[in-house]
Design a protein around this ligand. Structure first.
Ligand code: DGY
Length: 320
């Protein structure tokens, strides 16, 4: 039987299914991997189920030439050096589709919480500051009828566009590496614009593009300066797409009104400037975190691993 490592605590049913095919080394107690520990623990394993926090790079692969499959329990796979895997004949898989709607729900919720200052209101109330109803208490900006800007227009971006256009009567504009076919644009009522127009026109800008060297700091001081002072920015994509230091300064100076962030540069660390400003809603990378979706992600990663190591065809490969 091949042996596999599962780097995170996952559902017992998924582990049991894997145990029907493999010698499984689970991560009991969901321990965090110290630097270098993952490469050492992979010794003797032909496959691994990993999550976003674990880096799979050339050095780890060279230390584990027996490795045949790296199955990510996430749709984003910037934690994996895919080129290094491909060069060594290691299959990489991810978990698209199963988390699309759940993640779009969260993106929309975070955007709404940011626009309507829900977290600020909660902190205010818990701090015992609420003494009377007042006309100008925590006034935010409308979501319905506003202009929704989406940077990145993959499956999750389209889910957010649908929610905005069809559910909230928003004007949806987007920018992406490639433009959607006209019928797809029509079905989600989204209009393609330049990145500059997107930044200038959006009342609420949501980031849903993958991280790569090309998207590093796609939103920095210069981009924030183009946005409306009343605008909000929501990032459910990846840390590193936003320059968090520049964002903290923009929030402090009122360059934009507010931000909602589920992902951070260098997470789980959060830039101290972001912790100091009140006009940001901070969540710990939970956009896909519903029980059903996390189970589906683990199951799809397991399907990939089983197929990859038993001569089948992995359902969602990243490299051919
Ligand atoms: C994903 O699937 O990419 C989510 O961000 C979870 O890591």
């Amino acid at each position: 039987m091949p042996s596999v490592l599962v780097t995170r605590e996952i559902f017992p049913e998924t582990l049991q299914r894997l145990a029907g095919h493999f010698e499984v080394t689970p991560n009991e107690g969901d321990q965090t991997w110290a630097p270098g520990a993952l490469a050492r623990s992979l010794a003797g394993h032909e496959g691994v189920l990993v999550a976003g926090g674990e880096r799979i790079d050339a050095a780890l692969l060279d230390a584990n030439p027996q490795l045949k499959a790296v199955c990510n329990m996430a749709v984003g796979y910037n934690n994996i050096d895919v080129a290094a895997c491909t060069a060594r004949g290691v299959l990489v898989t991810n978990t698209p589709d199963v988390l699309t709607e759940t993640t779009a729900d969260f993106g929309f919720a975070l955007m709404m919480a940011t626009a309507r200052r829900i977290a600020e209101g909660e902190h205010y109330l818990r701090a015992g500051k609420w003494t009377r109803w007042s006309y100008n208490l925590l006034t935010g900006s409308d979501v319905h009828g506003a202009t929704l800007g989406i940077l990145g227009m993959g499956r999750i971006g389209q889910g957010i566009a649908r929610r905005g256009a069809l559910g909230f009567g928003m004007q949806v504009i987007y920018h992406n590496r490639s433009r959607l076919p006209a019928d797809q644009e029509a079905s989600i009522q989204a209009r393609y614009v330049s990145k500059e127009e997107l930044l200038r026109e959006a009342d609420h800008l949501v980031l849903v593009l993958p991280y790569s060297p090309a998207s590093h700091h796609a939103i920095g001081a210069a981009e924030l300066a183009l946005m409306k002072p009343t605008a909000t920015l929501t990032n459910i994509a990846r840390g590193g797409i936003v320059d968090d230091a520049a964002l903290a300064e923009a929030l402090k100076q009122g360059t934009i009104a507010a931000a909602g962030l589920d992902v951070f540069e260098g997470e789980p660390s959060v830039h101290p400037g972001l912790l100091e400003v009140p006009n940001v809603v901070l969540t710990p990378h939970i956009a896909s975190a519903t029980v059903r979706t996390r189970r589906a992600m683990a199951d799809l990663a397991a399907d990939n691993l089983i197929a990859a190591l038993t001569g089948g065809r992995a359902p969602t490969p990243v490299n051919p």
